[in-house]
Design a protein around this ligand. Structure first.
Ligand code: ZN
Length: 307
C-alpha cells in the first residue's frame, strides 16, 4: 500500500514558509536607474511609508510575520517607519544603502555602503541587523567576495543569490535551498535563496516580485505544492511595497523595464492575500539562529544540491 501526503489548502498548520519584503521606493529600482539619478531621490514623490504601512496592515490581517530588508536611505529618511515595522513584530534586515548592484562596486565600496545602511537601520530600529539582501539579486559569480565581507561585518545570513539564468542577475549553478557558506575568513554565513523549481533540467523562479505578478496564481500554488510535497522545503517569497501601489507615478524607462515593473500591479494585493490565507509565513531569521564558526562544510558552486 502506498501512502500519499494529504494537502489541505486551508490548513495553515503545515510547514511555515518564509516571507520577505524589500523596502524601497518605486523610483529606486534598477530597472529605472538609467533615468532616475540617485542624487535626485529627494525630489521624487515618496510613497514608501504609505505602501509599507499597507503591507503591514495586510500581514496583520493574516497574522503573518516577515523579514523587511530596508534600503538604508529609506531608514535614514523615515526612521519611524523602521521602528513601526520592528514593533509590529517583524525582522529588520539590510537591502544596501543606495540600492546599487553589488557587481558594480569594489569590495571597499560594498563594505562602506553596507556599514552605512546597517547604521541607519539599527539606529532607527534599536535592534541588531542579521540579514542581508543585495539589490537586484546582484551577488553573482563575479562578486562572491561580497559573502566574505558580509561575514566579516557580522551578518548571520544572506539572501541574495538567485539560482536562475537572467539578463541582470543569477547564479545558475548555485544551490536552490538554504545552505552554509564557509567564508574565506573561516566564518560561516547562511544563504537563503528565493524559491525556484527544477523542471526538465531548467531552473525556474518560484514565488516573488515580478514573477508573482506576471505568472498566474495557479503557477505559484503549484510551486508551493512541489515545495511541500516533493522538496519538503519552505518557499522563500519576496515582494516590494511599491508592488501594492497601482497608482504610483509612471517613469518613462525602457519598454522591458516598464513591462517588468508595471505588469499586474493591480492584482498583487489579491494574490498575496490568497497566499497569506492559505499558508503560514515567518521571517527568514527565525529559522537561522547564530551558530558556531568551526563547521567544515563547504560550498561548491559547480554542483547544485537537490535539483
Ligand atoms: Zn531592491
Amino acid at each position: 500500500m502506498t501512502t500519499k501526503k494529504i494537502t489541505n489548502l486551508n490548513d495553515k498548520s503545515r510547514r511555515p514558509h518564509f516571507l520577505s519584503v524589500d523596502v524601497e521606493d518605486y523610483f529606486m529600482v534598477e530597472a529605472f536607474s538609467a533615468v532616475v539619478d540617485r542624487r535626485d531621490w529627494d525630489n521624487w514623490e515618496s510613497r514608501v511609508v504609505s505602501n509599507t504601512q499597507t503591507t503591514l496592515d495586510l500581514l496583520d490581517r493574516y497574522h503573518a510575520t516577515a523579514t523587511f530588508f530596508f534600503v538604508g536611505w529609506v531608514a535614514k529618511k523615515f526612521p519611524r517607519l523602521v521602528r513601526e515595522v520592528q514593533t509590529r513584530g517583524h525582522e529588520l534586515a539590510c537591502h544596501s544603502y543606495w540600492h546599487r548592484t553589488v557587481y558594480s562596486l569594489s569590495p571597499d565600496e560594498f563594505r562602506a555602503d553596507t556599514r552605512e545602511a546597517v547604521g541607519a537601520i539599527e539606529d532607527a530600529g534599536g535592534v541588531k541587523v542579521r540579514g542581508y539582501r543585495a539589490p537586484s539579486w546582484s551577488i553573482t559569480k563575479n562578486c562572491l567576495w561580497a559573502l566574505d565581507v558580509l561575514a566579516e561585518e557580522g551578518f548571520a545570513y544572506d539572501s541574495s543569490i538567485y539560482p536562475i539564468r537572467h539578463d541582470l542577475y543569477g547564479l545558475p549553478n548555485a544551490k536552490r535551498f538554504p545552505y552554509e557558506h564557509m567564508c574565506r575568513n573561516g566564518r560561516l554565513l547562511d544563504e537563503i535563496p528565493p524559491a525556484s523549481i527544477n523542471i526538465l533540467g531548467q531552473t525556474l523562479p518560484g514565488a516573488g516580485g515580478g514573477y508573482l505578478r506576471i505568472f498566474p496564481l495557479s503557477y505559484t500554488r503549484w510551486v508551493f505544492k512541489i515545495f511541500e510535497e516533493d522538496y519538503e522545503e519552505s518557499v522563500v517569497v519576496y515582494f516590494h511595497p511599491w508592488e501594492l501601489d497601482p497608482n504610483q507615478p509612471r517613469i518613462r524607462g525602457a519598454l522591458k523595464s516598464r513591462l517588468r515593473h508595471y505588469t499586474n500591479l493591480g492584482r498583487m494585493s489579491s494574490r498575496l492575500e490568497c497566499l497569506l490565507a492559505d499558508y503560514s509565513f515567518r521571517p527568514l531569521g527565525a529559522a537561522f539562529p547564530p551558530k558556531e564558526t568551526d563547521c567544515q562544510r563547504r560550498v561548491d558552486y559547480k554542483e547544485g544540491n537537490k535539483q
